[in-house]
Each structure stands twice: as structure tokens, then as C-alpha cells.
Design a protein around this ligand. Sequence first.
Ligand code: PLP
Length: 404
Amino acid sequence: MLLSSRVKGLSDSITMKLNERALGLTDEGKVIYNLSGGQLPIKPLPEFVEKIHHQLNFLKSYQYSPVAGFSNLRKKLTRHMVEVRHLPSDIFENDFDCIISNGSKHSIYNALGALIDPGDEVILLAPYWVSYPEMIKFWGGTSNVVRSNVFDAFVPAIEDMRKAMSPRTKAIILNSPNNPAGVHYSEAWMREFAIFLKENPDLIVISDEVYSDITYFDPKPSYFYQFDHTLLERTIIVHAISKTLASTGLRLGYSIAPSAIISAMGKIQGQTTSGPNSLIQRALMDFDLKFLDTFLEPVKFHVRQNAATLREKFRKANLGHCWYQSTSAFYFMIDFSRTPMFSRFESDKDHSYTVADELLQNEGITVVPGTDFGLPNSARIALVIEEVPFQEAISKIVRYLNHV
Ligand code: PLP
């Protein structure tokens, strides 16, 4: 009764709840295969950790940073983006800015706050990251969902976006590489997306690129604005160190966008959280980003191997129709709606929660139900656990899917 209707409308994070249940079962002595994780199970680069140690010695590391973050770091991150996306060196020199926030979730939240009026629509491409609809709702907007399916490797059709446009559509969130599908959209797709944006000159894009460094299948991700630089005038590029530097707990994300949008995001940030973590910003300022090139190599190799295990096990178990080539991030979506075990269920309803529950209770495996990603009758698994337990977990999943 005491709570605001705004907060009552929000959902809890399902991943957190599942983790708690899995921890409870582990305490009871059960072997649990945790495939629900959203982070890399490794420590960041020693060179980065060293920089954090070093910065512990300075008073400034413990004091407020400017609201938008230290300007040197904002410039450094902007330069880095220009380099890795092969943009003209002066592209962000005028009328663009960068703001550092407490993780990219915070960046996206602020960006939506800067853009959305109650009643505005935001196009989401399903499967989408669970937090987008909740954040849109929080700011009074509504999600307009464009769906994709396993047969298209979860790549949405641009034509469906054209159909989804309405007079209230304000923005679209693009997330390539995608969580939860574990794929990135091709260059041809991005070129077509750029055309679609040209047809819709008022549409703003939030380009969530937090997984852009984790790709294990060529060609590497490309982005629509690389093919038409004028599109940057209505794009908010979002990135973070969470996945790139295996530092989810250090909470540092950033956005590059036209100055007017960054300034509005800064107003929200200034009146809510203030500037981001000074210590981590200073360590990052000191850190040579070229180390990133090699840091993720072993991770990518490992994820690629687990993805190959998945393909083999699905193929041998006649589940080839549930398989697609994942290419990036570290997730895979299992669409179980065409597997033998699904005959137990009413086909016109979503049973993702029941299946996640059965997998945990019967097989000791945690997965994330597809419901919250906007993909009914599916489950997200992470491809990051060690090879042998991963093989065991997939054998159990395959047996479960084929059991009537
Ligand atoms: N965007 C996507 C697609 C994610 O999967 C996540 C985290 O899992 C985030 C943004 C937020 O990451 P962070 O707030 O840790 O930077």
C-alpha cells in the first residue's frame, strides 16, 4: 500500500532469484551446473588490477569525480571508440560528448530518461536484454516488440521494424552482439538498418555495444553508423568495462552521443547518483587499452569450444533444428517448443518458468527462462563454464529435451 505504482509495476530480476535458489540447493549438498551466469568467471587483466592498486595511494581516488566523469577518461574512451570503429578521427570533435556512468545499465537508464515522455514507444528486438522493457516502463514509455526466431538465428527482419513504426515511436534499442541470443548482426543487415533509419529521420537509436569485444566467429561486428556517419547525430553508443574487462562489479559504463543528449543524461545522473567511481576511472585512465586485444582470446576460444560441444550434442540427439551458429557474447538460446518433451505441455502457452524449474529440480541445472527476454518457450544458457561440467550439463539438457 505504501509503494508507488511505478515501482509496483516493475519486475524483480529473475536471474538473481534463480541464483539464490541454486545457492540454496548447493548448500544442501546437490551438484549444480550454473548456466545462468551473465559474467565471465575470470579476474580482469593483471595490468589493470595493478593500476587500481597504484591509484589507491591518491586522495583524489576517494573523492567525488565530476558528474560526467573525468574529462581525460571521457576523451580517451571516445578516441578508443573512434579507433576501433574506424571512424574519421575528428568525427566526435564538435557537438558530441561522452558521459561515464555506474555501469552501462545506468547509461541506458539515463539515456531513456533523457528521451522518453510518458506514452512514447521504444522498439525492442526480441529476444532482448531483460532490463530494457522494465527501464522503458519506469520512464512511462511502452515497448514495441519486433520478434525473430531460431530459424533466422534470431536476426530480426528490417521489414518487421518498418511495420512496427507508429507516430509514437521515439527510439529503438539495438544490441549487437545480442544478449541473450549470442549473435551479432551482419554488415549487410547493418547497411539495411541504416537505410531504414534514413527512412525514419526522427528515430533515435540506443546502440548497446557492451559485448562488441566478445566475438568468436568472423566477420566481426559492424555498426550502421560506420556506413553513414550522419546517423551518429541521433545515436547513443553505449559501452562498458563489465564484459570487455571482466569487471561487472566495478560498475563503469559510458555513452557517446550528441552533446544535447549527453547533457540531459548528465542532469539525471547529477541529481541521482553523482559521478561514477573515481578510483576505477583513474585506474582506467592509466591503463593501456591495447592490452584488451589479447586479454579475451582464451575466453573466446573457450566459448567457441563450448558452442561446438553444443552443436555436436544437439546433432547427435536429433535436436539439430534447435541449433543455430552463435557467434558472440557468451550465451545461447534454446527454443524447446519443437522438442519431444514439449508434447507434455499446452502448446499455446509459455512454459519457460516450468522448464527452468524442472531443469533445476531434476537435473541440477540453472538456466534463465526465455519469458523475460521476450521469447516464450525457451531458455538462455551461458557458454562460459569449464569444458567438462559444460559437456555434462548439455548431456543432461539433451536427455531432458528428448524425454517425453
Ligand atoms: N547491456 C546488456 C545487453 C547486458 O547484457 C548487460 C549486462 O548483462 C548490460 C547492458 C549492463 O551491463 P553493466 O551495467 O554491467 O555495464
